[in-house]
Write a protein that binds this ligand. Sequence first.
Ligand code: ATP
Length: 235
Amino acid sequence: MLSVRNLHAGYGDTEVLQGIDLDVNQGEVVAIIGANGVGKTTLLRTISGLLAPTAGSVTFKGQPIGGMAAHAVVEHGVVMVPEGRRLFQRMSVRRNLEVGAYVGRARPRMAESLREVYDIFPILQERGAQLAGTLSGGQQQMCAIGRGLMALPELLMLDEVSLGLAPIAVKRVYEAVRAIRDRGITLVIVEQNVSQALRVADRAYVIGGGRVVLSGTGRELSNNNDVRRAYLGLG
Ligand code: ATP
């Protein structure tokens, strides 16, 4: 479904991605893991069109999307939920969700999408009229994911969804990730919480030095000694 080949990108003279190769198949949850600052966010930003690649290709469902503008990438069905939630704090939960549907093909289906988001996150319906800034951290994260869903993604990319959340909120967010997968949406998740990511992921890629250094099923990587030592504090 998504295929990334020899992808290079960075900021000014700093090349962060130095030839990334990865594939995501339809219906999978794929986790991207790696040390702080290794370029996981940069990878998602490049796939989303927020950052232009300096070399390499990104193909989605057979169409080249590398280097396209971010809104055009969303129109192709690839949607990113950025780290840090970035909600409109002084707007209601419902308005925040509706804003997510302000892209061409999603707009006419706004009412239907809202029902589906409320189905996955009933708390967002309960809190619909409340200002987003007054939600708990976990609820804000749900609202951010809900807003991403409003754009009708076929591939949803989540950046650090569990960062800074209490364990119970992490659990809820990951229940939602499974519910989203069960609706046929493919997911790419970037996570600091490696054990959590490997539990939900069908497959995972470990990034190091600007490249993929290891890949396998969630289970294979959970049992890999290097991964256990470096990311799981085991071994
Ligand atoms: P983290 O999980 O800590 O966010 P990451 O793996 O997602 O880490 P990136 O955020 O992609 O890493 O950052 C990769 C490198 O690029 C880091 O060294 C970072 O300092 C640098 N970087 C990130 N954003 C910018 C920017 N806008 N301008 C210049 N350098 C940047």
